[in-house]
Design a protein around this ligand. Structure first.
Ligand code: NAD
Length: 290
């Protein structure tokens, strides 16, 4: 296939590289990032999109996605598919898809989970919203860049799945960290805490697979000085998106709201920026009640 790829940063770069390795023709455009080997540099986003069967975007946020989409949609050939893999707000995902469909194109919102490691290894999970036809067109590319693609429903369903998942993740990480900090103050050994909780009803992915306590459980960013992994500011971004969506859908999400507030304070005032999101544990360790 001929593919236009716009946004070749930490995630987009290795994703595009995997498409080239699988034998596809990729024209790339990014404001600053270098082109991975085998990706042809286009002078503009529109040039990268021209003649492509599928245009993939991997951009920082919804405002940038809207601006890029306004430029590429008129350049795309009829019947081509615009597939956004960024994590953006549901409203932007829906607006961009509506514009693409009005122009006779297919459109998918297909955010990912799996991080930079998954992008490099080609083991991402894609959560996809959009038509059956557009999903079928892009599925062979999802198979190259990822290990799983779930067609979640109509436009916006991919972003909805992503932010709901990450709202659970943020809330659960905070709960796991505050429980470890409480256990410390009660004199409970961290390894014993792990042994019990990881096999009891408090178990979770954050405890069992990504334990925030160094030296306890499987290897995780906690064992590497809390170097990300998944950075706290990216968790804050996703929690803010969940709250924006909750406001727009009139949903009551008090735990998600508090998690967003705690990560905001952590990132902006407490030195959490640039640390893994599990560094909430050393934060709680230092704190007292009240
Ligand atoms: P990044 O900042 O490394 O990459 C974004 C790229 O977009 C940059 O290279 C930037 O130059 C480019 N860009 C910005 N504006 C542009 C424009 N107008 N035209 C062309 N290029 C433009 O970010 P990333 O880590 O690759 O993340 C990309 C998306 O993936 C984000 O939405 C993020 O939330 C999501 N995501 C990231 C991770 C992760 O672990 N990094 C995991 C899952 C999802």
């Amino acid at each position: 296939m001929q593919i236009g790829f716009i946004g070749l940063g930490n995630m987009g770069g290795p994703m595009a590289a995997n498409l080239v390795k699988a034998g596809h023709q990729v024209a790339g455009f990014d404001l600053v990032a270098p082109m991975p080997e085998g990706v042809t540099r286009a002078a503009t986003a529109a040039e990268a999109a021209k003649g492509a069967d599928v245009v993939i975007t991997m951009l920082p946020n919804g405002a940038i996605l809207r601006a890029v989409a306004a430029e590429v949609i008129p350049a795309m050939k009829p019947g081509a598919v615009l597939c956004d893999c960024s994590t953006v707000d549901v409203d932007s995902a829906r607006a961009v898809a509506a514009d693409a469909e009005a122009a006779g194109l297919g459109a998918l919102d297909a955010p990912v989970s799996g991080g930079i490691g998954g992008a490099t290894a080609g083991t991402l999970t894609f959560m996809v919203g959009g038509s059956d036809q557009a999903f079928a067109t892009v599925q062979p590319l999802f198979d190259i860049m990822g290990q799983k693609a779930v067609h979640c429903g109509a436009t916006g369903a991919g972003q909805a799945a992503k932010i709901c998942n990450n709202m659970i993740l943020g809330v659960t990480m905070i709960a796991t960290c505050e429980a470890f900090a409480l256990a410390d103050k009660l004199g409970l050994d961290r390894q014993k805490m792990f042994d019990v909780v990881s096999t009891s009803s408090g178990y979770s992915w954050t405890m069992n697979a990504y334990c925030p306590a160094p030296g306890v459980g499987p290897k995780s960013p906690a064992d590497n000085g809390y170097k990300p992994g998944f950075a706290s500011e990216l968790m804050l971004k996703d929690l803010n998106l969940s709250q924006q969506a909750a406001a727009s859908a009139d949903a009551d999400t008090p735990m998600g709201q508090l998690a967003a507030e705690l990560y905001k304070r952590f990132v902006e005032e407490e030195g959490g920026k640039g640390t893994d999101f599990s560094a909430m544990l050393p934060r709680f360790e230092k704190r007292h009640r009240g």
